[in-house]
Design a binder for this molecule. Structure first.
Ligand SMILES: C[S@@+](CC[C@H](N)C(=O)[O-])C[C@H]1O[C@@H](n2cnc3c(N)ncnc32)[C@H](O)[C@@H]1O
Length: 249
């Protein structure tokens, strides 16, 4: 992997915008990954693997159930699925809501989203750091396994926009966030730590940005969310030892 190009926040006292290059690292990384994995199993396409193998349907189902239990979409709801990838979760949201808009910058992953089976899915190829929607557009917003590809500065700006896009009474789930407080439960051996450090030297971070749960919760509350609840994943989920969720309303 090569490095993340830091987005620039500009506009002191005015409207801040992210000016990440369209050629930045994670975009190149995911375009490459999507093209390389075209014929692969769905979980490989979005790199949902553990110890070198894709997670199984039996391991994925509890993840989907957990997400739906937290987000609780209603049949009349309009849902935004940011970083939707190949639609592995989008399909489940579509069965339980009126309409889902999936956004992702990897066109080769969006191609796998089954819109014929789920005609209430709309797709937008785009960068979540730059897409815009009118205020009060969505009842539910999901960002799952995607926050790590943003810098902290980009996250600050996204959080404000999430607050703006959410309808009163709505919910946001930011899920599968790498937990900075438990980073060493992931890099849990000398060899894994060595790889981590070397990848940093090379400008090629293994995971992306790690977030302290309280940092993210403070940001959400200071961005105008009434509640920001840090949730630990059930221990039975494959990444529970180093990832967490943030549920916002
Ligand atoms: C690990 S996959 C997760 C996909 C899906 N949310 C899931 O859980 O099955 C991460 C996805 O984030 C997308 N992504 C990363 N950064 C993005 C950005 N700034 N804008 C849009 N998509 C992005 C990648 O293309 C990839 O599809």
């Amino acid at each position: 992997m090569t490095t993340t190009s830091p987005g620039k926040a500009s506009g002191v006292g005015g409207e801040a915008t992210i000016q990440a290059s369209p050629e930045d690292y994670w975009q190149r990384y995911w375009q490459h990954q999507a093209a390389e994995s075209l014929g692969s199993a769905a979980q490989v396409q979005v790199q949902r693997t553990w110890q070198g193998r894709p997670i199984t349907d039996a391991e994925f189902r509890p993840i989907v159930d957990w997400i739906l239990d937290q987000l609780r979409p209603g049949l009349d709801d309009v849902v935004l699925d940011l970083c939707c990838g190949n639609g592995a979760i989008t399909h489940h949201l579509a069965r339980r809501s009126a309409r889902v808009l999936g956004v992702d910058f990897a066109q080769d992953l969006l191609r796998h989203v089954d819109r014929e089976g789920h005609p209430n899915i709309e797709l937008q190829q785009g960068d979540i750091r730059r897409c815009e929607f009118p205020a009060d557009s969505f009842d539910r917003i999901l960002l799952y396994a995607g926050l790590q590809y943003l810098t902290q500065g980009e996250t600050v700006l996204l959080m404000r926009r999430l607050r703006d896009w959410l309808r009163p009474g709505g919910r946001v789930l930011i899920g599968d966030v790498p937990d900075a407080d438990r980073m060493w439960d992931f890099f849990d051996s000398v060899s894994r730590r060595a790889a981590h450090f070397e990848q940093l030297v090379a400008g090629e971070p293994i995971i992306g940005t790690w977030f302290a749960p309280q940092w993210l919760a403070h940001l959400a509350r200071d961005s105008g969310f009434a509640t920001a609840e840090v949730l630990l994943q059930p221990k039975t989920l494959p990444y529970a030892h180093f990832r967490f969720e943030l549920l916002l309303s």
